[in-house]
Design a protein around this ligand. Sequence first.
Ligand code: ADP
Length: 455
Amino acid sequence: MKQLIEAIKSIKEGNLEPIKLKAQAETAELIEAINEMLTAVSQRLKEKETRLDEQVFGLYVLNYAVKIIGSSLKTKELLNICLETFIDIGKVKGGSIGLIDQQGRLKIKVKENAPEIEKEIIKKVIKESEPFMGDINGNVLLCLPLMGREEIVGVVSLYDRLDKQGFSQEDINVISTLTTQVGVSIENARLYEELARWNKQLERKVAERTKELKEANEELKKMDKIKSDFLSMVAHELRTPLTSIKAFTELLLSKPDREVEARLRYLGIIHSECNRLTRLINNVLDLSKIEAGKVEWNIQLVSIAEIVNTSLATTHKLIEDSGLEIEAQIEDNLSLVLADKDRLIQVMTNLIGNAVKFTEKGGRIDVRVKKKTRPTKCIQVSVSDTGIGIRKKDLDKVFQRFKQVGDGMTNRPEGTGLGLSICKEIIEHHKGKIWVESKLKKGSTFHFNLPIEDK
Ligand code: ADP
């Protein structure tokens, strides 16, 4: 009995081992009952302990999951944290995480103490979205799919379990809980990165557009300035003949009985100034119509030779009256060009008219038409004269509006300074080029070319 009391005291102190005592029948029965109770109690205790262990482990995993969810939104950093977590929770030596790219290929992104894994295994995990457990060089390998919200985003592989035992279903369940969190977090990180990329692209596009708008605005301002400069130039040019007309009509009105000769002279000046005004207004209207795109171009296949001959016929009398000689050399078999015939005649008569205007009696004019192949296939027309020529510094100015270069004395009053601007607009509309070569007192050559359509 004494021994039995000692054994019960030991139970009180936590010893759940069965009592081993030899006793008489009745006491033995009591001991057996106590022992059965001890076995039941110790079993229940063990169960409680296991459940507690599981709960602690669950909390442990949860803690990691929270850490992952709250961790970096940069994929690379996130993957490093995830791999560390998996290695820790999976109790393995190493592992890797691969992500599926937009083409559906898996690329290993982070790796630690892990061997190459067969592509077939990876393919199987991706295809079935199910964990795979296998063997590499005698070590256990566990591959699990990383699931995003709707689809698989990657694969995590864990290798070489520290206790050298395989993964139990329970282990796989715990690790799988974490893979869902990881998958969603990776998806978030990728979305975030994509968003950031889009944002950057958007910022770049906005900057580009702003720059373009700024440039367009500058261009508009420039155009606006050109327009108002043009307007004031027109006003100025109109004022000159008008002032003259006003002055001579006032002279006539103030003394109507002036001698006939003087009156006729005044009327002659008024008449020529009126003609100048008409020409000026016509030229201004023509130029602004071309610039505003309001001209209807009658584009068709035309023969430059024919255009040149028509222009020569039109200006023939003018040339003869000016005491000038003219010669034209037109190459045979020239290709036709796509152009507005009347507008090209306008260019030709203008160039010939200028050559006549700026060449003294006895001089000569040469017109040449030839085919060129360089830099591109085109027909080149040149009008040369032996006239007053143009200073080198003025060569570019002659195509500007209202620009009359030279020394004023030799320039005839009938000029408007708009003829060459109009020629330039017409030639450029045909995708051609117009330019001048000249030597003061030796003469000038105006060239223009027109592209030939390749068949
Ligand atoms: P304009 O009506 O004054 O001739 P253009 O625009 O045709 O206007 O010519 C502009 C200026 O270019 C002329 O005023 C003149 O100073 C110069 N120019 C044009 N053609 C010739 C030429 N063949 N020889 C010398 N100067 C020329």
